[in-house]
Write a protein that binds this ligand. Structure first.
Ligand SMILES: [Cu+2]
Length: 120
């Protein structure tokens, strides 16, 4: 194989490892298709311009995050590492329980969109 092929293989391996590192860490929730069968208050996730609308949650209270209809493309893929959120809301709603208090930054999986999750 020539140098170019080796370089491409190298770039591929590095990007796979960095994606794995980005997504590692404990997850606290699950995608749910049928929200009637799981516990949790429905909470809208939506965009206002280029930002997610603020999300207010109560500590230790299960919630089900749902797309309010404004999330499209990568904006429906949301990440919040400290709370253990990683969800593609185009695949269903996301049930989880916030177990940390504070103000956290929610982003799309690529970091283009951001917003605030406040847990009180
Ligand atoms: Cu994005």
């Amino acid at each position: 194989m020539d140098k170019f092929t080796w370089a491409m293989i190298g770039i591929l391996i590095v990007s796979i490892i960095s994606m794995a590192l980005y997504f590692k860490g404990p997850l606290t929730g699950n995608i749910v298709k049928d929200t009637s069968s799981v516990e949790g208050k429905l909470v809208d996730v939506g965009l206002a311009g280029n930002k997610y609308k603020d999300i207010m949650l109560n500590l230790n209270e299960p919630v089900i995050l749902q797309n309010d209809g404004s999330l499209r493309g990568c904006s429906s893929s949301i990440v919040q590492k400290e709370l253990g959120i990683r969800a593609d809301l185009s695949r269903g709603n996301y049930q989880f329980t916030p177990t940390k208090q504070g103000t956290f930054t929610l982003t799309c999986s690529m970091g283009m969109y951001s917003g605030i999750i406040k847990v009180i």
